[in-house]
Design a protein around this ligand. Sequence first.
Ligand SMILES: *Cc1c(COP(=O)(O)O)cnc(C)c1O
Length: 470
Amino acid sequence: MQFISTRGGMSPVSFSEVLLEGLAPDGGLAVPDALPRISAETLETWRALTYPQLAAEVIGLFATDIPREDIARMTEAAYAEFPDAVVPLRTIGGGLTLVGLSEGPTLAFKDLAMQFLGQVLEYVLEKKGTTLNILGATSGDTGSAAEYALRGKQGVSVTMLSPQGRMSDFQRAQMYSLQDENIHNIAIEGVFDDCQNLVKELAGDVDFKRETRLGAVNSINLARIAAQSVYYFWAWLRATDALPEREGFEVSFTVPSGNFGNILSGFFAKQMGVPIRRLVLAANENNVLDEYFRTGIYRPRSSDETLATSSPSMDISKASNLERFIFDLVGRDPQRVVAAWGELAEQGFFDMSADLDRFTGEFGIVSGTSTHADRLATIRSVHEAGFGIIDPHTADGVKVARDYVEDGVPMLVLETAKPEKFAETIREAIGVEIDYSDELRELLAAPQRVVDQSGDAAELRAYIQAHAVL
Ligand SMILES: *Cc1c(COP(=O)(O)O)cnc(C)c1O
């Protein structure tokens, strides 16, 4: 497989090459030149595989420039700390099944992709004889998943900026308790946007970027998209294990969404032959994507207009991965992608309402919005029905999934985080104090290591220069 840009201005490159890149040189996003179609027979032969074995098969379709035995070794290592199933499924009544994506070290779905990314980054950097210093900004989940995936890895460091006093106790404990030499947490005086702006400033300085070998592992990273598509295959296989007639048996997925990364992986899996009827996009109050899939008008909002909600990892008003879907929607015509983003820059939105019926008809995507009140009511109803405590993001998924359940079509809802991370919302919903495991209690009490900075760019540059792996 080779990778091309959604805007047409990049000669095809291999997986190892896109792995280390952010945006394509023409400002577009890297996409597979073509996705392979997996036959029903091959899918059946994958039924007997463990999760790491299946991951090697699926990721191997993308990473054709890496020997298969090396990929298999990396997927084994990536998921070694997860429970046996890696991704367990459990039914919660009403035709819904939760797909457990939060069994990793930071209790959120980003671990599934990041843990593989950590392995393959170290591998590719070693092969190329180079190093990479990841600089990122986080308001929670992404930063911790990246740090846990890259801690102790050779040839790579992580410097993660977080806003002072804006993270939950749990998030602080998770990130700042890491003592690995290649992990650097910097608490910036300011809000998340100040952190993000510092990253943009430094990464935008071409000389500094080259000298210090700066990189990113954000949600547009193609290795993450590839690794996420694995669990759509896995969930279909597990959901159909007990059926006498499995071939082509359709299921639907509901995906709590922000940056359109997770659901894009499902869209890839569907194109690769997983029998998926519908991909249901669940948004929170920051419902730019729901608006787009209902009206065809994409109107990103500024960070000032982005609400702070009780499903914070979905508080995103500019869906960085949407461009990859649009590329397929416009028949993989880069000129039309360039035109759409030109309109966006000029007037603040683009209008694809002419294609509205194709969103569902051809691509199977529908959407819905869940609010704080919905979230609380959903957590409560699942709990009262005896199916345990679900996290607020998963609750957004369950709420929207219920609106789209169809007879005879299993609805698989992706569980994107564990409730332990969001104790306050759980208390508000059901009046229950979450019982932390001994392990989490230790984490909360562990010594923390974090550097405070004022938000001055020169101070941050000096820190990176002093700590980069070169
Ligand atoms: C990141 C995240 C999401 C959103 O995923 P996208 O790939 O950005 O759409 C949803 N839920 C949780 C818990 C997350 O951490």
